[in-house]
Design a protein around this ligand. Structure first.
Ligand code: MEV
Length: 442
């Protein structure tokens, strides 16, 4: 262990104090690094304070580009969709696909349901039939004692939708679960659900200690935890695009519309039967979903965890999207759970998340669910289109080349020449450097 790399009370140091300790102990050029980290601080101190307050032990900001996808027509409404991503080509691909579908009737989406779920997990040695006998009384107490915490959500039309229970005794002796469903309106609802679940936990413990319905031998109950589930299979949105195959047009590599539709269909079938391909295929979908989730201050890890669980609901991990070719019509769709919010949490705190929502005319949660799902679908469309026509590298390489050229500080004239030169050549840091050396020495 390197003693100088450990510290007590780091979180109590000032921001400058934290940076000072870091640069002195982890970097070879402390002054330069200190200057660089500070250079990413926002000039508006109030805004910087907001950003600092989002996390802990903050020392600087980590910039990621905010891009936009124009011509995004969904259910007849034209959006300009914000995306934050570290991956080049994602926004370009989405923009291309959005425009493609804008000219073919736009994207369609429908929210199917918005139920969120939470559990109290506990151990109890009583039988399932005894639990069934007492559950109605317990349920009334749970509703009564959570009323106050539920009031504001109820006034917005949300709240508790159902309360039931489950026993896991065949897999884990004594394990029970209180299963609660919620409507959290326009908020993602994690805080609300967890608060209510902790109240439920207290009520359950108290009920088992004091209720006359229980025998002395039945009173012992151990609540292990109370937490929402990020798996929300009943908070689902459906999104689709469709058009006559003849209207798909022709594609690069002399591929006509029928050949394209068939190759596209087969690409989806592959992702439906092979988990290795399904993983990459769904990753492409989340390239779009995460980027909008991040831009709007939503929890992309929760969204991804949920999406991947949903993709495995049959017992085998599969593609989230499907495709059909029927009576001359190409249809491409996806149904997936998305628990997101447009109020509360980071959505109302992060200045850019707020602007991102404003850019889309401040959608409610249902509308944003559709926008996010649509971003995933068209991102998937763009990736499969490239894969079954030109291959993915052609588009990627253009961006890759631009990134390398910026990294080596090429002038605009050099960039122009490099773009022409690398049109039919493999791009790598070394090959770009070699080309520039040649150009500069000639
Ligand atoms: C790259 O980030 C995403 C893709 O690999 C998705 C796919 O293969 O479908 C291009």
């Amino acid at each position: 262990m390197d003693a100088h790399k450990t510290i007590a009370g780091f979180s109590k140091l000032s921001k400058v104090g934290k940076i000072k300790w870091l640069v002195e102990n982890f970097f070879k050029d402390p002054e330069v690094v200190m200057h660089e980290l500070k250079s990413y601080w926002l000039t508006d101190e109030n805004q910087q304070e907001v950003i600092d307050g989002i996390s802990e032990n903050t020392i600087s900001n980590y910039p990621l580009p905010l891009g936009v996808v124009p011509n995004f027509v969904l259910n007849g409404v034209t959006y300009c969709v914000p995306m934050v991503t570290e991956e080049s080509s994602v926004v370009a691909a989405a923009s291309h696909a959005a425009k493609f579908w804008m000219d073919r009737g736009g994207i369609h989406a429908k929210v199917i349901d918005t139920r969120k779920i939470g559990h109290v997990h506990f151990y109890w040695s009583g039988t399932e039939s005894r639990f069934a006998e007492i559950f109605d009384s317990l349920k009334s107490r749970l509703i009564e004692e959570s009323e106050e915490a539920m009031a504001s959500m109820k006034s917005r039309g949300g709240g508790l939708l159902s309360l039931s229970w489950k026993s896991f005794s065949s897999q884990e002796p004594g394990l029970y679960q209180l299963f609660a469903e919620f409507d959290t309106r326009d908020s993602m609802g994690a805080n609300f659900i967890n608060t209510v679940l902790e109240i439920f936990s207290g009520t359950i413990q108290n009920f088992f200690k004091t209720s006359p319905l229980l025998l002395p031998a039945e009173r012992e109950l151990d609540v292990i935890m109370s937490i929402l589930s990020n798996y929300t299979p009943d908070c689902v949105v459906k999104v689709w695009v469709e058009c006559p195959i003849t209207e798909l047009g022709d594609f690069a590599g002399d591929i006509d519309s029928i050949t394209f539709a068939e190759r596209f269909y087969h690409a989806i079938r592959i992702a439906q039967v092979d988990a290795y391909r399904a993983c990459t295929h769904n990753k492409g979908i989340f390239n779009g979903i995460d980027a909008v989730a991040l831009a709007t201050g939503n929890d992309f890890r929760a969204i991804e965890a949920c999406g991947h669980t949903y993709a495995s609901r049959s017992g085998t991990y599969k593609s989230l999207s499907s495709c059909s070719i029927d009576q001359g019509v190409f249809k491409f769709w996806m149904e997936l759970p998305l628990a997101i919010g447009t109020i509360g949490g980071l959505t109302s705190l992060h200045p850019i998340a707020k602007r991102s929502l404003e850019l889309m005319d401040n959608p409610g949660a249902n509308e944003l669910m559709m926008i996010i799902a649509a971003s995933g679908l068209i991102q998937n469309f763009a990736a499969i289109r490239s894969l079954v026509t030109t291959g993915i590298q052609q588009g990627h390489m253009k961006m890759h080349l631009n990134n390398i050229l910026s990294q080596v500080q090429a002038s605009s004239e050099e960039k122009e020449k490099a773009t022409i030169y690398f049109m039919d050549k493999t791009v790598s840091v070394n090959s770009v450097r070699a080309f520039l050396d040649l150009l500069r020495n000639s």
